[in-house]
Ligand binder design. Structure first.
Ligand code: 13P
Length: 339
C-alpha cells in the first residue's frame, strides 16, 4: 500500500482554499456541450479545448487537482507537451475518471448502474505509472415517483466500494461520487431522503470492502429541490440541508468532501458552497471544497466558441470562476464579486 503517496495526495487536493476541476467529460458529453455552443465535435477540438484549460495562466493557484478523461490523459499541447506534464508543472495533481459510464439496471426500470470494474486493476496501475494520483467513479441515483430503489442504490454503492478498494491498492486516492440527480419535480426533502440513504449505504459498503476512509474523498450532490420543482430553495436552506445530511452520514475520519455542481448555475453553486463555510466555519470534521465541471467551465466554453482568438478571454473566465470558488471556501464570496 502506497500510504505516504496517498496521504500526500489528499493533503495536496485540499490545500489552502483550492478545489478540483472536473474536465473528464466523456466523448458524448463533451460533444453535447460543444454542439450547444456551436463548436465542431471532433477529437481535435476536444484537444484544443482541454489545452485551453491546462494552459490557463496560474491555474495551480486556484485549482489543486484536475480530473481527466482517458482520451485527454493521452493528449498533448500544440508543442507536444503531454497535458499531464502541463498540469504537474502548474502544481495541479492529475486525476482520472475510470468508470465507463452507465447502462440501464436490469430489473429496475428508470434506474442506472455504472460500468467499469472489469480490467480496472490493470487500468489503475497504468494510470498510476502515467502520473495520475487520484481517480473518480460516478454513480447516478434518479428520483422518480417510486425510485430510487434499494436495489439500485445497493448495486451502485457496492461497485463504488469495489472501485475504491482497487484504487487504494494501486496508490490512487479514490473520489467516490454518488450523484443524486437534480432532474425532476421533487422537493428538497425528497432529495435529502435519497441523498442520506445513498450515503449511509455507501459508507456501509466501503466498510465492508475494507476501504480506508482516511484516503478517500466524497463527491456528493448538494441537497436541492429538483430542476422543475416550482419554488427554488433559499441559499441558506440548501447549505443547511446539505451539511445536515453529511453530518449524519459521513464519518469524521474522511478528510474531505468535494461537491459536484450537477446542473446548478455557476453562481448558485458558488453561493451554496460559500454559505456552508459562513455558517459552519470551524465546526465540521472534514474539509469542504468544490469539484465542479459545468460551474467552472461553462462560462469559459461559451466565450471560447472553438475560436483561437478567444482562448485568452476564455482562460481569464475559467480562472475567475475558480477564484470565486476559492473565495467561497473562505466564506468570503459575495454576488457583487460576479461583476
Ligand atoms: P458537474 O459539476 O457539471 O456536475 O460535474 C461534476 C462531475 O464531475 C460529474 O461527474
Amino acid at each position: 500500500m502506497k500510504a505516504k503517496e496517498m496521504t500526500h495526495t489528499v493533503k495536496a487536493l485540499f490545500a489552502g482554499d483550492k478545489g478540483l476541476l472536473a474536465m473528464d467529460e466523456s466523448i458524448p458529453t463533451c460533444n453535447k456541450r460543444f454542439e450547444e455552443a456551436g463548436i465542431p465535435q471532433t477529437i481535435e477540438y476536444r484537444r484544443k479545448y482541454r489545452q485551453l484549460i491546462v494552459t490557463t495562466p496560474n491555474l495551480g493557484k486556484v485549482i489543486s487537482g484536475a480530473i481527466l478523461f482517458d482520451e485527454t490523459i493521452h493528449q498533448s499541447t500544440d508543442d507536444g507537451v503531454p497535458f499531464i506534464d502541463m498540469l504537474k508543472k502548474a502544481g495541479v495533481v492529475p486525476g482520472i475518471k475510470v468508470d465507463e459510464g452507465t447502462m440501464d439496471l436490469a430489473g429496475f426500470p428508470g434506474e442506472k448502474i455504472t460500468m467499469g470494474l472489469d480490467g480496472l486493476k490493470e487500468r489503475l496501475s497504468k494510470y498510476f505509472d502515467m502520473g495520475a494520483r487520484f481517480a473518480k467513479w460516478r454513480a447516478v441515483i434518479t428520483i422518480g415517483s417510486v425510485i430510487p430503489s434499494r436495489g439500485c442504490i445497493e448495486a451502485n454503492m457496492h461497485a463504488l466500494a469495489r472501485y475504491a478498494a482497487l484504487c487504494q491498492e494501486a496508490g490512487i486516492v479514490p473520489i467516490v461520487e454518488p450523484e443524486v440527480l437534480m432532474d425532476g419535480a421533487h422537493d428538497l426533502k425528497r432529495c435529502f431522503d435519497a441523498t442520506i440513504k445513498t450515503q449511509h449505504i455507501l459508507f456501509d459498503q466501503l466498510f465492508a470492502q475494507n476501504v480506508n476512509l482516511k484516503w478517500l474523498i466524497l463527491k456528493p450532490n448538494m441537497v436541492l429541490p429538483g430542476l422543475s420543482y416550482a419554488k427554488p430553495a433559499s441559499i441558506d436552506k440548501v447549505a443547511e440541508a446539505t451539511v445536515n445530511c453529511l453530518l449524519q452520514s459521513v464519518p469524521p475520519v474522511v478528510p474531505g468532501v468535494a461537491f459536484l455542481s450537477g446542473g446548478q448555475s455557476a453562481e448558485d453553486a458558488t453561493a451554496h458552497l460559500n454559505a456552508m463555510h459562513v455558517k459552519y466555519k470551524g465546526k465540521l470534521p472534514w474539509a469542504l471544497t468544490f469539484s465542479f465541471a459545468r460551474a467552472i467551465q461553462q462560462p469559459a466554453l461559451e466565450i471560447w466558441k472553438g475560436k483561437d482568438e478567444n482562448v485568452a478571454e476564455a482562460q481569464k473566465m475559467l480562472y475567475f470562476r475558480a477564484s470565486l470558488d476559492n473565495a467561497a471556501r473562505r466564506g468570503e464570496y459575495t454576488p457583487e464579486m460576479e461583476k
